[in-house]
Design a protein around this ligand. Structure first.
Ligand SMILES: NC(=O)c1ccc[n+]([C@@H]2O[C@H](COP(=O)([O-])OP(=O)(O)OC[C@H]3O[C@@H](n4cnc5c(N)ncnc54)[C@H](OP(=O)(O)O)[C@@H]3O)[C@@H](O)[C@H]2O)c1
Length: 350
């Protein structure tokens, strides 16, 4: 077969900071560009040394990608994208050819891929072989059955220290992480307060059992927490002023699980003026990064969570695009809240 097109999404420029004239949001077609110039010879590309050729089926678009679109000189917990190179993230791929006896054509793998139509995997042992016939769509393995779901499950076990009857507040609750936390907390008998920024997201939060649901853009957070608090666990996806407001409504010995800070991903962080509250109330504030707990919890996660998803015990929503041409826009939409549920690029169903 003649070589075929292998489109990719490239990191083209660092978004401007909030102190500049423009906002710090990624600009589709400028920050990220979709490139169609490359081809790949699927029959003959070299796989020497145990490599695997795979077709990319689904790629995750996550909020943290914004942090990787930075100048390489700035250090962080995840590597900066390299200007001119493809961006990368968690993906599900299907093996087409293999020079490695452990991987067979037709298998589906979960791991870290370039935003591209086809990839050559140099170290397939870093990828997880997914079960066939699990009744979980492949896209969901980058969502609630993938890194975001793991964030909820591992973080809840490791940090939340939840007890039946307690009250948890989940911000950005309708996304893949938040909605899993809402459902886990309800299953364990907690009272759940959940917020999101769109009416359709609030409907979903009601469907999955949240007790108190509100739009943080139109409803005053302090008033809600005054009425329905105090809060034993704050599952924080937002940071900034939301965090300081919640600190004022925490219960004594409460836990603040710091998972994300999306309110400052594209702009300046706010000062937290009332941190001394942590002293008066004997609070625990703990930052959490999912990858730290992969070894500890992954096998248990895959043995239990996909099955519960397949049975409908965990519900989810997705925002899907079907072309890499639409990927730069989706990356920006996630930062601006224009996605509903897990943002995913599906390039092929199988
Ligand atoms: N620590 C870890 O290991 C880890 C792993 C995965 C994810 N995370 C973090 O967890 C959070 C949720 O991730 P997810 O994958 O479930 O994402 P998601 O729901 O797809 O996150 C994007 C959502 O964030 C909300 N948002 C955007 N700007 C906001 C603002 N200024 N204030 C409040 N909400 C805002 C929007 O929803 P609304 O319409 O509700 O505003 C948007 O749809 C993110 O902060 C992410 O970075 C952390």
């Amino acid at each position: 077969m003649a070589p075929v097109r292998n489109s990719r999404v490239l990191f083209n420029s660092v978004p401007q900071g909030a102190s500049h004239e423009r906002t710090g949001y990624p600009v589709p077609g400028e920050t990220l560009v979709t490139d169609h110039s490359q081809t790949i010879d699927l029959d003959n590309v070299s796989l020497d040394g145990g490599k695997v050729l795979a077709k990319v089926l689904a790629i995750s678009v996550d909020p943290y990608l914004r942090g990787r679109m930075r100048a390489a000189s700035k250090k962080s917990y995840s590597d900066a994208f390299k200007l001119g190179d493809p961006i990368s993230n968690f993906a599900v791929v299907k093996v087409l050819r293999s020079d490695n006896p452990s991987y067979k054509p037709g298998q589906h793998l979960y791991g870290f891929a370039d935003f591209a139509e086809y990839i050559v995997i140099s170290e397939p042992s870093h990828w997880r072989v997914l079960p066939e016939n699990s009744n979980v769509p492949w896209s969901v393995y980058v969502g609630v059955a993938g890194m975001p779901g793991k964030t909820a499950v591992y973080g809840w076990k490791e940090v939340a220290q939840a007890k039946k009857g307690e009250t948890v507040y989940v911000s950005t609750a309708a996304g893949p992480v938040g909605s899993m936390v809402v459902q886990i907390a309800k299953a364990e008998g907690l009272k759940v307060i959940a917020s999101a920024g769109q009416e359709s997201k609030l409907d979903f939060l009601r469907q999955i059992g949240a007790d108190v649901v509100f739009n943080y853009k139109t409803t005053d957070l302090a008033t809600v927490l005054e009425e329905h608090g105090p809060i034993d666990i704050y599952w924080d996806h937002v940071g900034n002023k939301t965090l300081s407001t919640v600190l004022d409504h925490m219960n004594t010995f409460g836990r603040v699980v710091i998972i994300g800070a999306i309110a400052s991903y594209n702009g300046q962080p706010d000062p937290i003026y009332n941190l001394a509250t942590a002293l008066w109330k004997r609070l625990t504030l703990r930052g959490f990064i999912v990858s730290d707990y992969e070894k500890k919890y992954a096998d248990e996660f895959y043995a239990t969570i996909p099955e519960k998803i397949a049975k409908g015990e965990f519900k989810y929503t997705e925002t899907i695009v079907r072309s890499l041409d639409d990927a730069p826009q989706l990356v920006t939409d996630v930062q601006k809240g224009n996605n509903t549920g897990k943002a995913v690029i599906i390039l092929a169903d199988d």
